[in-house]
Design a protein around this ligand. Structure first.
Ligand code: FAD
Length: 505
């Protein structure tokens, strides 16, 4: 197997440091040299505080336990997302999209069957959080850590302070051999479409045989220098700005993200051990920055302005090619889908891992690059479609924004087929197989979304008095019994040992 000899990463945000740690861990035996250049004057985006369960796999891959990093990053466990106020006209004030776990194998079919039954007009329970263990853990604020006497896998993600996580990964990466230079890149030297070197303010010219663009929305290497075009998703994802506002920590310490529908977007509430992270993701076509900040402050109870707000612009879409010649783009430089399902770091990880797989199989071969680009493009589009569905299906009528989102017909063929199959009362898993969709969001996630929104026909006139699997199979008792095995989230974090870099392999 060959690896690039010298990888130069430009950018020291979460994407740059995740990539650096993955490279040195997997390719350490091949003595690959990794240099990370990071501007001391251009900050990181500094938001991005929720993850999917893929981040757990990231830490496993780089040999880091929860106790090694979580206390250093004010991190908490995340068992899913609660959506408040996205579909009020259907009668659903709220629903959860939980991460799935092994005990759910006993209840998933009951949920899917009930959803089908409800699509046929019969009145059965289709509230997703009633059928999945993490729904129970979220309600009861319990940590998703499996005790020894309950030998089932429970999937979870995390919430964390993005700046602290960046610092932790930087320390870890440098301790494992990443050369870190704090300097700004001013020039990119290209011969026949291949990057030879970059020029920096303080460290002169730096040569490499492979370059990774992690410069965030700037896209300095791949977009500005190599000229790879960017494809915007603006026609079906309207949100292009955000305002972030911290708030005081809460002793109860929930273990889920809450996403609340607002007048022109939505607001996240993310529990950390040190504070709450709040933010309003909105469309600047429908609300201006000052009004968005006021709406957010009103929601979180900070109209007096105790906390400072940060305003951000978002560029939503993806590159035409994520890997171009000897340059790979990772993180915001490669693209961004708004953070409703916290998928950005998932895409970072998938991109770096699949890049390493592709390189190990075929090195620099054009076919490998082409296949990689097709796969990553598809991953972005499938995440996009799942997010678009949240807007298309909304049943709010309180502002132009929500009406425009519902009326928007710029949908991919793949998404149209998913909706058609649902409305025709057919099987979504068969459709997912037919389309060969490889996505983070499987048939369970689609059912949570569609049922959570109450996307069902009117109830039939005659209702049999039984046939609700939730009741007949005793799902509630089963999951409540399972949940008894889990400790409180707050107590678990308080008892977490404080380990650090010194304890790691
Ligand atoms: P950045 O953090 O912007 O880092 C860019 C780096 O490039 C910096 O170190 C900078 O110094 C460096 N740089 C730039 N130009 C130069 C230069 N000329 N020379 C040298 N260095 C340079 N993701 C999630 O997974 N979950 C979430 O919940 C989530 N929420 C988000 C909410 C919002 C509002 C936004 C905007 C994003 C969110 N994200 C989320 C995305 C997440 O923040 C990013 O994917 C993640 O932080 C990685 O960013 P990055 O490293 O690509 O870019």
């Amino acid at each position: 197997m060959t690896t690039p000899r010298h990888i130069v990463i430009v950018g020291g945000g979460t994407a740059g440091w995740m990539a650096a740690n993955l490279f040195v861990r997997r390719w350490q035996a091949d003595a690959v040299k990794v240099t990370l250049l990071e501007s001391p004057t251009i900050g990181t985006i500094g938001v991005g505080e929720g993850s999917t369960p893929t981040l757990k796999r990231f830490f496993e891959l780089i040999g880091v336990d929860d106790a090694d990093w979580m206390p250093h990053c004010a991190a908490t466990y995340k068992v899913g997302i609660r959506f408040d106020g996205w579909s009020p006209a259907s009668g659903r004030a709220s629903y959860r999209h939980p991460f799935f776990s092994q005990p759910d194998s006993f209840t998933t079919n009951d949920f899917l069957t009930n959803c089908r039954t409800r699509r046929l007009g019969l009145d059965v329970n289709t509230q997703p959080d009633d059928f999945f263990l993490n729904g129970q853990l979220a309600r009861q604020h319990r940590a998703p850590l499996t005790p020894e006497n309950f030998p089932f896998d429970v999937d979870y993600g995390y919430h964390f302070d993005a700046l602290l996580l960046g610092r932790f990964l930087a320390e870890l990466g440098t301790s494992r051999g990443v050369r870190h230079i704090a300097t700004r890149v001013t020039d990119v030297h290209i011969t026949d479409g291949t990057i030879d070197a970059v020029t920096t303010v303080d460290a002169g010219r730096i040569d490499g045989d492979f370059f990774v663009d992690c410069t965030g929305f700037a896209g300095l290497l791949i977009q500005k220098s190599l000229g790879v075009p960017f494809k915007s998703f603006k026609n079906n994802l309207f949100n292009d700005a955000a305002v972030a506002l911290p708030g005081p920590a809460n002793d109860e310490l929930p273990c889920e993200t809450v996403s609340v529908a607002m007048s022109a977007g939505w607001c996240w509430h993310i529990p950390l051990t040190s504070r709450f992270g709040n933010g309003y993701v909105y469309s600047s076509d429908f609300i201006d920055a000052d009004a968005a900040e006021t709406e957010l402050r009103r929601l979180v109870g900070d109209l007096d302005g105790c906390f400072d707000a940060r305003h951000l612009k978002m560029r939503v879409g993806q590159l035409d090619r994520h890997w171009d010649n000897n340059c790979l783009a990772v993180g915001l430089a490669q693209g961004f889908i708004e953070p409703l399902e916290a998928t950005a770091l998932l895409l970072v990880q998938v991109s770096v891992e699949l890049f390493m797989d592709a390189w190990e199989q075929a090195g620099f071969a054009a076919d490998g690059r082409k296949a990689f680009n097709a796969t990553i493009t598809d991953r972005f589009e499938r995440v996009r479609d799942y997010i678009v569905a949240h807007y298309k299906l909304n049943t709010r009528s309180d502002s132009e924004y929500w009406v425009a989102a519902r009326d928007n017909n710029a949908l991919s063929d793949s998404l149209r087929h998913m909706f058609d199959v649902w409305y025709r009362r057919e099987d979504l898993s068969v459709e997912i197989q037919r389309q060969q969709l490889k996505s983070h969001f499987d048939t369970r996630s689609w059912h949570c979304l569609l049922a959570g929104y109450g996307t069902f026909p009117a109830l039939a006139e005659n209702q049999p008095n039984r046939g609700d699997l939730f009741v007949d199979k005793g799902v509630e008792n089963f999951l409540a019994g399972c949940a008894l095995n889990f400790e409180s989230h707050a107590a678990t974090l308080r008892a977490q040992p404080q380990r650090g870099l010194a304890s790691m392999a």
